[in-house]
Design a protein around this ligand. Structure first.
Ligand SMILES: [Zn+2]
Length: 274
């Protein structure tokens, strides 16, 4: 079709009524409606401010509701790009803490892993800010006559503890470390109440779910009472039940987690009956 938007050289240009193809028309309608949805959510956010939403992004949003034209879309996109760049700068600024951790600048506490390995120097204020459980542990410590300058995290090995601390300082973790320690970190996030880490691990476990790791993922979802992850993993296991029950891992799983085996087998049975 001789569309004035997507054809490189339209044969007929008849201002003000140029022709536009179905795809371009639908595309523009979708962009405008998508933009309106985002703006409506933003207004809801201003009415009920979420402490996690960047206040600057709310303040800076001077965009009027119900954008109608492509010109509105372009201005809206520029505003989003500006906000995105500002958030990237904020993130770089906040991640400055990790430099203080790695260079061990003014550290005031030693965090010991459960098994072998030296304690890791850290900052009490960061631990207390990231986890209420750590804060309580440290406050309990201050009540004692002689406050000790070390705490122990018995559930984590040295390398796992290092990754946990790195996450507490920077708010993120490289894929390699996440892949290696995701189960230990999920449990630590649950135990020490670090929801951001729990969400991070959940996202990773969901995207990497496969027949090789689904049984372990189900166990960790159950231990951390993560219903979303547990349901998704159970459904995945049911879809691949024949492969799973014939895998060598299944027998060990049955011994390790009889209650989960019952849940899985019952669901498979009910599905089969249907
Ligand atoms: Zn077109």
């Amino acid at each position: 079709m001789d569309c004035c938007v997507c054809t490189t050289m339209p044969l007929i240009l008849r201002p003000p009524r140029n022709t536009i193809c179905g795809l371009c028309y639908e595309g523009v309608r979708t962009i405008i409606s998508m933009m309106n949805n985002v703006e409506t959510e933003k207004v809801k956010g201003i009415a009920n401010p979420n402490p996690n939403t960047c206040p600057a992004s709310r303040r800076n949003s001077n965009y009027n509701l119900s954008p109608q034209t492509l010109d509105d879309c372009i201005r809206w996109c520029s505003e989003q790009i500006e906000q995105f760049n500002q958030q990237k700068e904020d993130l770089v600024f906040l991640r400055g803490f990790i430099a203080a951790f790695k260079a061990q600048i003014h550290t005031d506490i030693l965090v010991s892993p459960g098994s072998h390995g030296p304690p890791i120097p850290a900052h009490k204020s960061v631990l207390a800010a990231r986890s209420e459980i750590f804060r309580n542990m440290l406050e309990g410590d201050e009540c004692k006559e002689e406050a000790s300058n070390s705490i122990s995290i018995p559930d984590l090995k040295h390398e796992e503890l290092e990754s946990l601390l790195e996450f507490l300082y920077s708010g993120s973790l490289g894929v390699e470390k996440l892949e290696k320690h995701v189960y230990a970190l999920s449990q630590a996030a649950d135990k020490y109440e670090i929801p951001h880490l729990l969400k991070h691990c959940e996202r990773y476990l969901l995207t990497s779910l496969s027949t090789c790791n689904a049984l372990e993922t189900l166990e960790i979802a159950d231990t951390c009472s993560n219903l979303n992850l547990k349901e998704t993993t159970l459904n995945f296991l049911l879809k691949n039940i024949q492969h799973i029950v014939s895998s060598p891992k299944f027998e060990a799983f049955v011994h390790r987690s009889p209650h989960l085996t019952v849940q899985l087998v019952t669901r498979a049975f009910v599905n089969g009956a249907k």
